[in-house]
Design a binder for this molecule. Structure first.
Ligand code: OGA
Ligand code: NI
Length: 352
């Protein structure tokens, strides 16, 4: 989908496969130098308290209450958790089990999917988007693949574990349904016309499995550095191991793992569509020395050629704060600016 081939994508597979943190860190006693972040970006040895403030929204509450609560959470935090969301506990547990099993497979089994080719959509890789040109690597491996429409992509997904496609297929469908339901509540809260979040704006769904192995020195490194997501809506399941932190009012807040709850955050696209009313908050993932952490992330994004812009009904009374663009152009720019995330929205802002 995003066609920007680079020369690094042709490097030798077996040599780069050895880069997977889960492969080489099994015997690592210390943190390699190229995983040590500059002092001002390190998490430090101080444990960030888990935050009780990030809203927990009960989706079984009354319709008007959930519309109000979600809108408030998106304005204040850009983040919230949902409970009583209708996705069965068995589907969530089975999915967590199968994705952990994937990362626990022997190296040769994972190697089949290893790639740093930016145009390859189903792949395993490590650290960030452009490993070869990174000064500092992130302490994570990643398995990702598109999942909507399911029959178009499922044949590219891992064949092992043997139940991967079946289990993860069910999970992707359920999480998509939940995401569209929450977008509908946001649509209503913003006063956008019915059907606003149709296939054009939500037609791309990417499943991204992050695996953060046990780390010998969590205070010096990061699983994922500070970033905001480029998509419309992200739905994350973090199991029982904490590590996700949200940046709010100059402070990091830890997101507490709640049993079978999803963490939801809105991405740049929804901030733009809402003309800045809703926030796409910055966040990061820290590591720990006790146990590996695996997170299952679903990103709902516009189709590549969709034009995204502030919704007419939102700017009725004011002026548009962002200029229109094709989603694929935005995404390309976002990937290129990973080291300077604040520059992305700035570039699309209309200066008064
Ligand atoms: C992401 C992300 C956080 C986590 O994948 O974009 O922010 O805790 N993940 O894995
Ligand atoms: Ni993110």
């Amino acid at each position: 989908m995003f066609n920007h081939q680079s020369s690094t994508s042709r490097s030798c597979r077996s040599r780069t496969m050895a880069n997977l943190v889960s492969t080489w860190s099994k015997t690592a006693q210390t943190l390699p130098e190229n995983y040590i972040f500059p002092a001002d970006q390190r998490p430090g040895s101080f444990e960030i308290p888990l935050c009780q403030n990030i809203p927990v929204i009960d989706l079984s509450a009354s319709h008007s209450k959930t519309v109000q609560e979600i809108l408030h959470a998106c304005q204040e935090f850009g983040f919230f958790q949902v409970i009583n969301h209708g996705v069965s506990k068995d589907i969530i547990d089975d999915t967590m089990e199968v994705v952990k099993e994937f990362f626990n497979m022997p190296d040769e089994e994972k190697e089949i999917y290893y790639s740093i080719d930016p145009i390859k959509r189903c792949k395993v890789y490590t650290s960030g988007y452009d490993y070869a040109n990174e000064d500092i690597h992130f302490w994570r491996d990643n398995l990702r693949h598109p999942c909507h429409p399911l029959d178009e992509w499922v044949h590219l997904w891992p064949e092992k574990p043997t139940n991967y496609r079946d289990v993860v297929g069910k999970y992707s469908l359920e999480v998509r349904k939940l995401s569209l339901r929450m977008l509908e509540l946001i649509r209503e809260g913003l006063g956008l016309e019915p059907g606003y979040f149709g296939e054009e704006l939500t037609g791309d769904q990417l499943l991204s499995i992050n695996h953060y192995p046990r780390c010998p020195n969590p205070s010096l490194t990061l699983g994922l550095p500070k970033h905001a997501d480029a998509d419309i809506m992200t739905v994350l399941f973090q199991g029982s191991v904490n590590g996700l932190q949200v940046f709010k009012d100059g402070q990091w807040l830890g997101v507490e793992p709640l049993p079978h709850a999803f963490v939801v955050n809105i991405g740049h696209q929804l901030q733009i569509i809402s003309n800045g009313k809703l926030r796409s908050a910055e966040h990061r993932a820290v590591t720990n020395s006790r146990e590996a952490r695996t997170t299952i992330v679903s990103f709902i994004s516009p189709c590549p050629d969709t034009i995204v812009e502030p919704a007419k009904s939102v700017i009725d009374t004011g002026v548009p704060r962002f200029r229109p663009f094709k989603f694929k152009d935005f995404f390309k720019f976002y990937e290129e600016k990973k080291r300077d995330p604040e520059a992305v929205l700035e570039f699309y802002k209309i200066k008064p």
